[in-house]
Design a binder for this molecule. Structure first.
Ligand SMILES: [Zn+2]
Ligand SMILES: [Zn+2]
Length: 440
């Protein structure tokens, strides 16, 4: 027994010791500043001294907390996907909906595409994310190089951007206000578990900072991810480790290796123009067609909002207006200003423009509310007496959301700093700044 305790104590001590990230240099992925990061212990973070971007973080309990959060999320998820989500009664017909039943309804109604969207964003990616998280962190705790560990980590860190359980939950609230006016709605246990799951997923994702995870994976695999900064090495803009410039893909995280994203502005602009053009049919064509024995209602996004406003559903009208009009329009306008800044001259200091980029990048996913509301209404009203089907505009709207996300993805925010610098010094600056500063 004594040896077991001693072994556990030794393991804990050795894990504690390995949790620290050694002092090293990296280039800020948002402004290109070269930063010296000191040795970081548990609970420490390092921010860019120039743009304030959080560069590196070590969790307070970096090995066990993510495992605990991921396991708890998995348990909540198992209940949320098997228990009743919502019951909708209309004209004597009652639909008892679990989340899988909602997806089945979409497939039965021949809207398999929407079923896939819902499956990937609310079930497939969170499930795979949690399983991979548990796999990777079990390997870290046991310090064992499990097979495919590096690839599992690469998929893990990418998946967290695809999880939309939180957006789906808010969409249910919006759909509820609409449902409640025509039918009797009773929420099940799964509905109340959804916000818990959303928060747990967010906490799990935050507790797995990729720079630290890749450091640990490489330590277990027997080589260090940390290399010294030099002119013939490029700091990967995703994992923030220096790699030899001869590499096409980063040897640590597997993404393309570049000093500045090639063709960033033209790609970003091309996706933006496509999104802008498709925004017209998204508003012009009907987004939702609902029918019951007395009325057939064909709604475009805008007249749907006006109808809800006049009907007294002011809150839902405001939410839908924000998600379907304000967010996409603001995002398109913001991307245009950002691209303009990098091409010609930033209208505000580069730090403010970087902040604008961060906000633009993070709000895009909330536009999916509209699509989720249609999915929920479709699965609730699928009888011959009452039916809701998506109109053509829903496809265009989905495309607008994806295209603006791609436009933000291909935009390299460091180009704004390069532009500001070249305007100040009168010459084009490529790569990082010569002066290195300490992280804050
Ligand atoms: Zn920075
Ligand atoms: Zn990388």
């Amino acid at each position: 027994m004594k040896t077991v305790y001693a072994y556990r104590r030794w393991r804990r001590a050795s894990l504690q010791e390995h949790a620290a990230l050694p002092a090293h240099t990296l280039d800020c992925p948002e402004c290109g500043k070269r930063v010296n990061v000191p040795r970081l212990l548990q609970g420490h973070t390092a921010n860019c001294p120039r743009c304030g971007h959080m560069l590196v973080r070590v969790e307070g309990n970096p090995f066990w907390a993510p495992l605990a959060y991921a396991s708890a999320s998995l348990i909540v998820m198992a209940f949320a996907y098997t228990m009743m989500y919502v019951t909708v009664s209309l004209a004597g017909v009652t639909s008892i909906l679990t989340l899988p039943e909602m997806m089945r309804q979409l497939i039965v109604q021949d809207f398999g595409f929407l079923a896939e969207v819902m499956f990937v964003l609310t079930f497939g990616s969170p499930l795979l994310f949690l399983l991979l998280g548990i796999y990777v962190y079990t390997a870290l705790v046991w310090e064992k190089p499990f097979p495919g560990l590096l690839y599992a980590t690469r998929v893990l860190v990418r998946l967290r951007h695809v999880i939309m359980v939180d957006v789906f939950f808010i969409s249910t609230l919006v759909a509820y206000i609409k449902l409640d006016t025509v039918s009797v709605v009773v929420f099940g246990e799964a509905f109340y578990l959804m916000p818990v799951l959303a928060v747990l997923l967010l906490r799990t994702s935050v507790s797995m900072p990729q720079h630290w995870v890749y450091y640990q994976i490489h330590r277990i695999l027997g080589h260090s991810a940390v290399q010294t900064a030099s002119d013939n090495r490029i700091c990967c803009s995703r994992c923030l480790y220096f790699r030899d410039e001869s590499e096409d893909d980063c040897g640590v995280c597997g993404v393309d290796l570049y000093r500045r994203r090639p063709k960033s502005l033209s790609l970003s602009l091309a996706f933006l123009i496509a999104a802008f053009l498709l925004y017209f049919p998204a508003n012009f064509f009907p987004i939702m067609i609902s029918s019951n024995p007395t009325a057939l209602e064909i709604n475009t996004i805008l007249n749907g909002i006006v109808y809800m406003w006049e009907d007294g559903d002011r809150l839902i009208a405001v939410i839908i207006f924000s998600a379907s009009v304000v967010v996409p329009v603001a995002k398109i306008a913001a991307m245009l200003v950002l691209i303009w800044s990098a091409y010609f001259s930033p209208p505000l200091p580069a730090a403010k423009m970087t902040l604008m980029y961060r906000i633009t990048e993070s709000i895009g996913r909330w536009s999916m509310i509209d699509i989720f509301v249609i999915i929920i209404l479709m699965s609730a009203f699928h009888t011959h007496t009452a039916r809701v089907v998506p109109g053509e505009a829903s496809v265009y709207f989905c495309l607008v959301v994806v295209l603006t996300m791609l436009s933000a993805y291909f935009f390299d925010p460091r180009l704004i700093w390069d532009k500001q610098k070249s305007l100040q010094t009168g010459r084009q600056q490529a790569g990082h700044d010569a002066d290195t500063e300490q992280a804050v």
